[in-house]
Design a protein around this ligand. Sequence first.
Ligand SMILES: Cc1cc2nc3c(=O)[nH]c(=O)nc-3n(C[C@H](O)[C@H](O)[C@H](O)COP(=O)(O)OP(=O)(O)OC[C@H]3O[C@@H](n4cnc5c(N)ncnc54)[C@H](O)[C@@H]3O)c2cc1C
Ligand SMILES: *[C@@H]1O[C@H](CO)[C@@H](O)[C@H](O)[C@H]1NC(C)=O
Ligand SMILES: *[C@@H]1O[C@H](CO)[C@@H](O)[C@H](O)[C@H]1NC(C)=O
Ligand SMILES: *[C@@H]1O[C@H](CO)[C@@H](O)[C@H](O)[C@H]1NC(C)=O
Ligand SMILES: *[C@@H]1O[C@H](CO)[C@@H](O)[C@H](O)[C@H]1NC(C)=O
Length: 501
Amino acid sequence: MDRSLLPLFAVLLSPWTAVGDPEGPAPVDGAPPSKIAVVGAGIGGSATAHFLRQHFGPEVQVDVFEKGEVGGRLATVTVNHNDYESGGSIIHSLNLHMQEFVKQLGLKYRRSIAGKTAVFNGKEMILEETDWYLLDLFRLWWRYGISFIRLQMWVEEIMEKFMRIYKYQAHGYAFSSVEELLDSLGGSGFINMTRRPLSDSLLELGVSQRFIDEVIAPVMRVNYRQNVSIPAFIGAVSLAGAQNNLWAVEGGNKLVCSGLLKIANANLRQAQVNAISPVQSGEALQYQLSFTTAARTGSELYDIVVLATPLQGSVGSGVQFQGFSPPFNQLPGNYHSTVATIVHGYLNTSFFGFPDPRLFPFASILTTETPDLFFNSVASVCPVNISTGFRRKQPQEAGVYKVFSPQPLDKSQLKTLFRSYYSVQVTEWQPYSHYGSSQGLPPVELHSNLYYLNGIEWAGSAMEMSSVAAKNIALLAYHRWNRQTDMVDQRDLMHRIKTEL
Ligand SMILES: Cc1cc2nc3c(=O)[nH]c(=O)nc-3n(C[C@H](O)[C@H](O)[C@H](O)COP(=O)(O)OP(=O)(O)OC[C@H]3O[C@@H](n4cnc5c(N)ncnc54)[C@H](O)[C@@H]3O)c2cc1C
Ligand SMILES: *[C@@H]1O[C@H](CO)[C@@H](O)[C@H](O)[C@H]1NC(C)=O
Ligand SMILES: *[C@@H]1O[C@H](CO)[C@@H](O)[C@H](O)[C@H]1NC(C)=O
Ligand SMILES: *[C@@H]1O[C@H](CO)[C@@H](O)[C@H](O)[C@H]1NC(C)=O
Ligand SMILES: *[C@@H]1O[C@H](CO)[C@@H](O)[C@H](O)[C@H]1NC(C)=O
């Protein structure tokens, strides 16, 4: 089904022109920046450090502040001597920045172990994957008719447009806002898709309500722990992720973050940034970052600052903006929590209508929007290191399962889902974007040389989205510093790029 994207690949694989060459045009008004700070060492911050190094060259000092663990929402937990992804776990084959990082860092792709998926409605399985792809297609066709094809075409068209970003970025073009970026890829249609519910877009497309309830809703529940009122753009991005061709990083996805910091030659500073304020001395504008480490509080001046952590909402990053005029404080949006529970034990297959576990053929169970279901999904998971002899545990054996739920599971809920268990590890992910704000998308440029990465999450929250935003901010910071206005927010880029080649 990805065949239509092949010509696009051919285009993408044509020689990319080097951009942001540090030996390129000299800054109009003097020196390069000497110090840059990035706040957050998730995939967004680590990729930003890497791209900043590429564009600004070897001299500039790049400090990356991290209050917790490198990797952020890419994290693992250990069960029985093996590590398992507890946050971002799946990467799509069209995620070209992530692929490039893995290649550059010499990391390996983790083998994926086949496993079947089913959809549970609280009483029974309403959709069951089989061994045979054609049969599944036929069943989908039988049950949902044209909806399935319409959806696939819609997602492909969006992906194809979205992938223009790689060409634009390879040619060095940057965007000053998420709106400008989306507009250049898919016109006002893309921007509108960040504002309207997924269900509206799909119904308008002619996708049936039944298909939305039985297929789309379960995918949104597992990917975003939210319902089909999620903005259409985010929905489309995660539906692409529901197709095949998915992979992960051997040893854990967070290895990409530590690897990028290393090749960027960035200084990792284990500290929480508490406040940022502008400091004007003569012509020069700098930013003072105040931070606390385990041992002390301190502050330091930087020429450019990139905030690579969600800022919005009540939870936020704890960063205060001081002395900005006009003042800016709260950015729009709010967050909801999601809980990942990793259980080592025996799945209660009776709960899903299979009293004999040996007859239970599924590795992942998604769920429909059902009021009294206390979980969104449960799946048998593979460790981040897969040896050649590895096989997935059968349901009659003790295995490692990941359950996503809106609230932590209580004992009786665990006893319902599992016949018995050895261990339970809970990761409460907070904050996590709750989409569907009507206030518009958050800004990328907060101040002259102060940038915000995670506004991109309003258009989609995924490793690749943070990576795309990281590349954009590195380019934007570089062009702004060097006053190259002709590389920012340019129109008609598809045409311009053709004539540049
Ligand atoms: C349960 C779950 C499942 C997911 N599944 C997938 C998936 O399958 N595929 C996919 O592509 N994406 C997935 N995602 C989304 C993906 O994980 C995120 O989009 C991505 O990791 C975000 O990276 P980031 O660097 O932008 O933000 P983060 O990873 O949140 O990084 C921000 C960092 O900033 C640090 N920080 C915050 N404030 C401060 C401060 N004041 N001072 C210093 N440091 C600070 C934080 O500690 C954190 O490390 C999932 C997310 C979750 C939670
Ligand atoms: C997006 O919305 C605007 C305003 O509602 C409208 O004018 C425009 O035609 C829409 N674009 C598309 C492609 O639907
Ligand atoms: C989805 O959830 C939101 C609140 O999180 C709610 O307002 C909305 O009505 C729900 N939509 C559907 C279709 O269930
Ligand atoms: C897991 O894989 C990573 C990356 O290949 C490797 O560095 C690490 O040593 C492996 N760990 C184990 C326990 O095999
Ligand atoms: C398993 O599920 C069945 C059916 O919902 C339930 O009756 C039982 O209490 C559950 N727990 C165990 C430990 O079997």
